[in-house]
Design a protein. Sequence first.
Length: 309
Amino acid sequence: MRHTAPMAQRVVVVGAGVVGLTCAVRLLEAGHRVDVVARDLPLETTSAVAAAIWYPYRALPQTRVTAWSKTSYAAFAAVAADGPASGVRMAVGTEVLRAGQPDPWWAAAVPQLERTRDVPAGWTEGWRLTVPVVEMPVYLDWLARRVRDAGGTITRMNLGGLPEDGGTVVNCSGLGARLLGADRTVVPVRGQVVHVEQVGLDRWWLDSAGPTYVVPRSRDVVVGGTDVEGEWSRTPSAEAAADVLERAARLVPALAGARVLRHRVGLRPVRPAVRLERVGDVVHCYGHGGAGVTLSWGVADEVVGLVDR
Ligand SMILES: Cc1cc2nc3c(=O)[nH]c(=O)nc-3n(C[C@H](O)[C@H](O)[C@H](O)COP(=O)(O)OP(=O)(O)OC[C@H]3O[C@@H](n4cnc5c(N)ncnc54)[C@H](O)[C@@H]3O)c2cc1C
């Protein structure tokens, strides 16, 4: 969806993760002048750690999340159709299930969701679907390039509060909203992943009960994960890594013995509900939990609408 700015404004976007950069892209497309400021530059953010597949995980409320996810799905599909430079591709994969379950609450967000019995030993069935798979370091670079090519800036700045210079501010500070939004309802949910060598995988796999996931990328495979609420440490745990690798090899036996390349930990900004609202000159957009990538284009469109209001 494209918006035409009723009046071009100067907008400061706080945060250079996937949410801030995507908002910046859409705001620039709408004709605004945009400066992104962030303590961590794109490749240093939580967003850079994401696996990342399109999947609405640990984000609420369901109705808005489904709508945002649907918009993002279409936007990512268009980006993927433009070629591999963005790091986005559409890939088929399977979410495995242990017992008969109803369709997921977000089913309306995807064009097709099919039940399958083609699942590994230990599971009875699954949902097979095609979703965007996003190689985050490549994608974040691509988004940052789009911001700069459209005339925006990205500057490192550690803020003690939101800017108050009379312009519009879009607060995409993720977990930083505990300070910048004075919002203690945003909490870290630690996620640890292991990057292993590519062993010829193309399809993704997910067992949300784990949470266990296997996301193949161009040169490696992201294997996850963990989900520890209230944990602030970003130091990888050897025990968690061993457990993740064992669970992943049960889901995808071809991974057994794959060479470990590196370990990564990120803190998901989880909130009882995503905050997306305008208060005075500030549009708050944070608390996307385990689905910031999945929601990014959908929330960005809504942010543009709130800035233009
Ligand atoms: C292991 C793991 C796997 C994941 N997998 C997926 C997945 O497959 N699919 C998916 O959709 N999501 C996934 N996620 C979730 C996703 O990573 C997050 O929802 C997303 O990164 C949130 O993006 P964000 O831009 O809001 O926050 P962030 O990426 O955290 O960016 C916040 C920005 O705000 C800035 N900031 C904060 N405080 C200040 C301050 N005081 N001054 C200036 N700047 C500040 C930061 O420096 C940063 O630039 C995963 C997360 C983890 C940890």
